[in-house]
Design a protein around this ligand. Structure first.
Ligand code: EPU
Length: 418
């Protein structure tokens, strides 16, 4: 990955509005789902971020006819010429694992690099394998590759041992083209999964959610569809938190506020005034925010993907806050970097204790360890006294569309440098 840097000069007054893009974590499974259909598919509101472009390249490498312009994907995978997705790029993202289920169902053979993604701790795929094996797949690991084979998938009654987002998505896609009906129990509840179900049903699949049970009637083929990706709730949350760092009201547009209800409740408890007007969220910042205590949980709990950004904000509350990270076992890498900028964060296993109020110092160079960590550093830098350089900023472009441009429009002094 090229080492882009971000240069941010803090303390510019933020003002105005920002528009939210489509959800990365809905677009990625949506792209994997293209392999299930031989029809023409149009998907709009697809964010132009690095992980999305890697998935598109992978689909083109197996013979997919795909264009991506103005956030719209037009795709046709009439003939799949190979089941092999290899290379550093495919292996660098977590979402590449999402080719496993649908390609087994459509092609009977798939070889894909083991998934990468953010270095945030253990990221198992054993539930994906277990479920697919119960459907009649053979899966083996050779070197760094996962190889899946089947003579035909069959419907399954499978209970996930724990909540998994991509695991649920993989099995839904596999079951859509399996022989017979499936029921997936203890499925994850993230809205991006329901966006995938919506897309698949438009392609002709028969999928219904009943709480955390997902019922799927296997079909023999899937066809054309037109679909729009839901707004990105993590981007939404990131800009809502950015609004709390501002001096004036900030309007976050094109949102679905109910998708971040948990964050909005927490911010209200901290003393931030939030108004909702249709799909706009209006944040009236409060310079005297109260500390809080929270734990990350699967949806509808507080998302692990907003933990780093909220931690940056908690440095601005007057007192001691606490965050417990319950999803990943190494997702506090941003804490040390925020401390370099002047924060007072103490880590003990899965708990971070944040003592505010911090005046972030300028003239610091920090390192973006992962996608959401880099967003936390950007937030801190926006109010630092002087210039912050964020190294490894390419992490940010994996998941945030046009972040420097969006923040500049709000009045931030931010530039990408090499
Ligand atoms: N797990 C297992 N075995 C499995 C699957 C998961 O032990 O077979 C464990 C993981 O090790 C982890 C937990 O279950 O401790 C949750 O993992 P999950 O499978 O839900 O995560 P994921 O599907 O790999 C997606 C998002 C992440 C987001 C998590 C949790 C995508 C492409 N990624 O990952 O997004 O943090 O769900 O909500 O959808 C991000 O966008 O920055 C990001 C990391």
């Amino acid at each position: 990955m090229d080492n882009k840097k971000l240069k941010i000069i803090g303390k510019n007054r933020l003002d105005g509005s920002v528009t939210i893009s489509g959800a990365k974590n809905a677009a990625l499974p949506g792209l994997a789902a293209l392999t299930l259909s031989s029809g023409k598919i149009k998907i709009s509101n697809v964010p132009n971020v690095n992980d999305v472009r890697i998935m598109i390249d992978a689909l083109q490498s197996i013979g997919g006819d795909i264009s991506f312009d103005n956030n719209i994907i037009n795709a046709e995978l009439k003939n799949i010429k190979s089941g092999v997705f290899l290379g550093d790029n495919v292996g660098s993202i977590r979402a590449s694992i999402l080719f496993l289920g649908p390609m087994l169902a459509r092609n009977g053979y798939v070889r894909v690099s083991q998934p990468g993604g953010c270095p945030i701790g253990h990221r198992g795929v054993d539930f994906h394998f277990e479920g697919l094996k119960k459907m009649g797949a053979q899966i083996e690991i050779i070197g760094n590759d996962i190889i899946g084979k089947t003579n035909g998938l069959i419907g399954v009654d499978y209970t996930f041992p724990g909540k998994t987002v991509t695991g649920t998505e993989n099995l839904i896609m596999a079951a859509s083209l399996a022989n017979g009906d499936s029921i997936l129990r203890n499925s994850a509840l993230e809205p991006e999964i329901d966006d995938l179900i919506d897309l698949l049903n438009k392609m002709g699949a028969k999928i219904r959610r009943d709480g955390d049970n997902i019922l799927i009637k296997g079909k023999t083929s899937l066809g054309d569809a037109v679909h729009e990706i839901i707004p990105d709730r993590i981007e939404m949350g990131t800009y809502v938190i950015a609004g709390c760092f501002a001096d004036n009201n900030i309007i976050v547009k094109n949102t679905r506020p109910e998708l971040i209800e948990n964050l909005l409740d927490i911010l209200r408890k901290m003393g931030v005034k939030i108004n909702i007007k249709n799909s706009d969220i209006i944040i009236s910042p409060n310079k005297q925010m109260s500390p809080i205590k929270l734990e990350t949980m699967p949806y509808p709990g507080f998302p692990t993907d907003l933990q780093a950004q909220l931690m940056a904000l908690l440095t601005q509350t007057d007192g001691v806050s606490q965050i417990k990270e319950s999803i990943f076992n190494n997702r506090f890498n941003h804490a040390n970097e925020l401390n370099k900028m002047g924060a007072n964060i103490v880590l003990s296993k899965d708990i971070a204790q944040i003592t505010g109020v911090t005046q972030f110092k300028g003239n610091k160079t920090v390192y973006a360890t992962d996608l959401r960590a880099s967003a936390a550093l950007v937030l801190g830098a926006l109010i630092a006294d002087g210039q912050t350089i964020i190294n490894n900023a390419s992490q940010l472009f994996r998941g945030y569309e046009n972040l420097p441009q969006k923040l500049s429009k709000l009045g931030a002094d931010i530039a990408v440098i090499n």
